[in-house]
Design a protein around this ligand. Structure first.
Ligand SMILES: [Zn+2]
Ligand SMILES: [Zn+2]
Length: 345
């Protein structure tokens, strides 16, 4: 089968012919039907910092947001049915380390993740532990099931931010994660949600379709200067950083009220300086978030079943897998919201 792989620690990706994988005991063979292109994939494609840990693992098939049909199961099927659509949890704890054995699998240091440390979903077939395959309920089709992974990331970010009733939330970065953070912040009863972007007309269209209208495009301007007239006196309870741009951290803190929480969700290619004296005086909290624990997945899949047509607005492009490189370029250019690749398109 053809797989879209990272083959060397430099710019680029390539299609390679690789054998169809065989499921080991406890694994399912999945025929992938929809795989989302993520900012992570773009970073790995460009190789501009943050993913150096992958270098010894190459070549490796990218893609960590995917869904597909169960073809075969080795061992106990545990409720999976042949042909059934599943959303796949890409990350698997080792199950053997002290953290895993004590029930703290989220802290596992030997976790593998499809698409970043194991072969992922930009191929026709893949294998995954049966326990990672979550059957899609009625109303959740292939492309919606492929949205589950980024939605769990956003859901977890909103939990980390402790968003509560009546809160004012600022979301910096209108990509898929920022869009879904806005949705789940609204679900958590935030009263006021402002989303900021930078030359982001197309991604703002997705946000409008999701029901948000307090959108600020700073264009080529500077975040601090553009937002100060509006928000210097009316700060936010929670600010979400979903850009991976280190230069937004300073302004993000500037618009946070005393005791407010900054949730950092982006992968940043370099360190940034923070005014710690101001942090102390304002008693700000900075919280990192990444992935989501397993218990978030059923909640997100339930939200997809309830409100799938709303979430579908996040998808701007559907392309065949063999145009994967073009899709990465398109995602990089911000002329796309979520792009779904399909080996069958
Ligand atoms: Zn992703
Ligand atoms: Zn472990």
């Amino acid at each position: 089968m053809k797989a879209l792989q990272k083959t060397s620690p430099n710019f680029g990706v390539e299609f390679r012919d690789v054998p169809r994988p065989t499921p080991k005991n406890g694994e399912a063979l999945i025929e992938i039907t929809a795989a989302g292109v993520c900012g992570t994939d773009v970073h790995i494609y460009e190789w501009n910092g943050g993913y150096e840990f992958m270098a010894p693992l190459l070549p490796l098939t990218l893609g960590h947001e995917f869904a597909g049909r169960v073809v075969d199961v080795a061992g106990d099927a545990e409720g999976l049915t042949p042909g059934g659509l599943v959303a796949v949890i890409p990350s698997t704890p080792c199950g053997r380390c002290a953290h895993c054995l004590s029930g703290a699998a989220e802290s596992c240091e030997r976790r593998t993740a499809k698409g970043t440390s194991a072969d992922g979903g930009f191929a026709r077939w893949t294998t995954a532990p049966v326990a990672n395959c979550l059957p899609a309920p009625v109303g959740v089709d292939d492309e919606l099931a492929a949205l589950a992974e980024p939605l769990t990331v956003a859901y977890e970010a909103v939990l980390k931010g402790g968003v509560g009733h009546g809160d004012r939330a600022l979301v910096i970065g209108p990509g898929s994660i920022g869009q879904a953070i806005a949705v789940y912040a609204r679900q958590a009863a935030a009263a006021d949600i402002v989303v900021v972007g930078k030359n982001d007309a197309l991604r703002f269209d997705a946000l409008r379709a999701l029901g948000f209208d307090d959108l600020i495009d700073i264009g080529d301007g500077d975040l601090q200067t553009t937002l100060a007239p509006r928000f210097a006196e009316r700060k936010f309870d929670v600010v979400f950083e979903a850009t991976g741009a280190p230069e937004v951290i300073g302004p993000a803190l500037a618009f946070l009220r005393k005791e407010g929480v900054l949730v950092v969700a982006g992968i940043h290619p370099r360190p940034t300086a923070i005014d710690l004296t101001r942090l102390v005086r304002e008693r700000h909290q900075i919280r990192g978030t990444q992935r989501a624990p397993r218990n978030v997945w059923p909640r997100v899949i339930d939200s997809l079943a309830q409100d799938g047509e709303r979430f579908r607005h996040m998808i701007s492009h559907r392309m065949p897998l063999d145009r994967g490189v073009e899709a990465l370029e398109l995602a990089q250019s911000r002329r796309a919201s979520k792009i779904i690749l399909s080996p069958f398109a």
